[in-house]
Design a protein around this ligand. Sequence first.
Ligand code: FAD
Length: 307
Amino acid sequence: MMVLEISKNYDLSKLSTLRVKAKSDFFVKPSNLDELVEAFEFIKENNIDFNVLGAGSNILLSSRAIPGMIICTNEINFINKINDTDFEVGAGVRMPRLCANVTKESLTGAEWMEGIPGSVGGGIVMNAGAHGTEMRENIKSVKVFNIETLALEEWSNADFAFAYRSSKIDPKKSIIYSAIFHFEPGTKEVIREKVLHNNSARTTNQPVKSFTCGCTFKNPELPDNQRVSAGLIIQELGLKGLKEGDFVVSELHGNFIENQGEGSSQEFCALMKKVQKEAYEKRGIKLKPEVQMMGEFSDEEKDLWGN
Ligand SMILES: Cc1cc2nc3c(=O)[nH]c(=O)nc-3n(C[C@H](O)[C@H](O)[C@H](O)COP(=O)(O)OP(=O)(O)OC[C@H]3O[C@@H](n4cnc5c(N)ncnc54)[C@H](O)[C@@H]3O)c2cc1C
């Protein structure tokens, strides 16, 4: 008997931090393994496509169409203490919540997560990072749902081949269910101070109150293997304030694009294209999107990602 609620023709507009207009044919929020299995039984029986959505903070949802089912991990939201330093954390747990939990226990290593609106699952896929630290540094192992076998398997940290804002996991084949994190003991006051500092750095330098997807482009790697700030390049090109429809390149941070109304993915892509073109023509730099796309995009739009 089915217990999982399956919604149809679902409005996704509020499920991404960019707030683009988007809908999916089907939508589910499984809260445990049985419900995840149920979702995939439905997908297989009906032979439909699917996509996994975490906190939607690094995603451009298509306003054209998102065929098939969206599996949202918001309800896989548990933190289980294993011992004094290790925790099993559900994929849907938001990074600031994990940071707060770990800080409460006087453990260090999660301070960088403060203020990042992503989920642990999305953070692992993207190998999210800030202030010189990355997700990979505190992960011992991950429980991954294999969509072929409909069972959990355990991946080690090395299995992910983590690199700058990327990992080996393919969300079309495997879904992160939970991860085991290890944190080192520290001094509560020092940890708190770091968290506060990270928070205020973010609110000063980023348009945290606007609808954005965080950094639009990855920091490009120059021939000497150094990464340069995409935001600085965009600022130097004088592109802050550049507009397309309801989207504008943030005046506060060049790599953030703000949705000031009801922008569509088509408009967002058009603005990304203008920025990419300027950076290439004036600086010879090909900016590659950090934001991921989900759903239907035109061939020209896919070109922005180099697909
Ligand atoms: C204001 C703001 C500030 C930000 N600051 C930072 C920052 O400092 N550093 C940084 O790295 N990022 C930053 N981001 C971007 C974003 O928060 C991170 O990339 C985050 O890791 C994305 O997680 P998510 O849950 O939102 O993923 P989503 O956007 O929902 O999804 C991203 C990708 O991961 C896949 N995915 C999500 N969950 C799972 C899962 N459980 N299993 C398999 N695949 C999954 C999706 O299919 C998609 O391909 C910021 C964003 C905003 C809006």
